[in-house]
Design a protein around this ligand. Structure first.
Ligand code: GSN
Length: 223
C-alpha cells in the first residue's frame, strides 16, 4: 500500500463528500478511484477491502478504513480538527451526527421517484430542527466548539451549501449561519475547493444515481 490517500467511491458526493471536504481543509492531497462498474465493486469485495461490504473506503496510513464516521474521526483527530479535550469532542460529535443525519435526508433524493414530500420534510426539518441549533451555537462565536476550527464547522458549511442548492433562501432567518458561511468560505483551502475544477463533486445527477444503483444492484442501504 502506498503512502497516498486513496478514496474508493462513486464519482459523486454521497457519503464520501464530507471526507473530501475534511481532507481538503486539512491540506491532505488525495486520489480517487471512482467505482463505475459492478466489476470494480466486486473486486473490492473479493480482495477483502470492504469490512462490511460497503463503501466509502479510504486507504490512509497503511489502513483500509470504512464507515464514514470512523473515517471522519480519524482524519479530524490526526489533523487537529477535533477540539481540545473530551468535552469539546463530545459536542463536536453531537453536531457531526446531527449534520450527517440531515445530509443523509438530502443524499437519498436522487434515488427516489417522488421527491416532493421528502423535500417539504427536509425544508421544515432544516428550519425547525437543525439550523436553529447552529444559529444558537454560533451567536457570538466564530466556530461551533471551543473557539477553534473543527470538523463540525466543515460539515456545517457543507450541509448549509447543500441546503441552499435546494432552497436558495433557506438561511434568510439565520444571520449567524450566514456570517459563518462568509468567514468559512474565505479560508484559502475552502475558497479553492469551491472553485470550478476542484475535487468537490457537483450535485448528483441521473448518471450518478443510475451508476450507484447498477453497481450495488439495487441493494442500496442507508442505515
Ligand atoms: O456510514 C457508512 O459508511 C456506513 N454506515 C454505510 C455505508 C453504506 O451504506 N454504503 C452504501 C453505498 S451508498 N452510501 O454511501 C453501500 O455500500 N451499500 C451496499 C450495501 O450492500 O449495503
Amino acid at each position: 500500500m502506498s503512502g497516498k490517500v486513496i478514496l474508493h467511491y462513486f464519482n459523486g458526493r454521497g457519503r464520501m463528500e464530507s471526507i473530501r471536504w475534511l481532507l481538503t481543509v486539512a491540506g491532505v492531497e488525495f486520489e480517487e478511484q471512482c467505482i463505475t462498474t459492478r466489476e470494480q465493486y466486486e473486486k473490492l469485495l473479493s480482495d477483502g477491502s470492504l469490512m462490511f461490504q460497503q463503501v466509502p473506503l479510504v486507504e490512509i496510513d497503511g489502513m483500509k478504513l470504512v464507515q464514514t464516521k470512523a473515517i471522519i474521526s480519524y482524519i479530524a483527530e490526526k489533523y487537529n480538527l477535533y477540539g481540545k479535550d473530551l468535552k469539546d469532542r463530545a459536542m463536536i460529535n453531537m453536531y457531526l451526527n446531527g449534520l450527517m443525519d440531515h445530509m443523509k435526508m438530502i443524499m437519498i433524493l436522487p434515488f427516489l421517484s417522488d421527491v416532493k414530500p421528502k423535500l417539504d420534510n427536509i425544508q421544515s426539518k432544516a428550519k425547525e430542527r437543525y439550523l436553529p441549533v447552529f444559529e444558537k451555537a454560533l451567536a457570538g462565536h466564530v466556530y461551533l466548539v471551543g473557539g477553534e476550527l473543527s470538523c463540525a464547522d466543515v460539515l456545517l458549511l457543507e450541509c448549509t451549501l447543500m441546503l441552499e442548492e435546494r432552497f436558495p433562501a433557506i438561511l434568510a432567518d439565520f444571520p449567524n449561519i450566514q456570517s459563518f458561511q462568509g468567514r468559512m468560505t474565505q479560508i484559502p483551502s475552502i475558497a479553492k475547493f469551491l472553485q470550478p475544477g476542484s475535487k468537490r463533486k457537483p450535485p448528483p445527477d441521473e448518471v450518478y444515481a443510475k451508476t450507484v444503483m447498477e453497481v450495488l444492484q439495487f441493494t442500496l442501504s442507508f442505515p
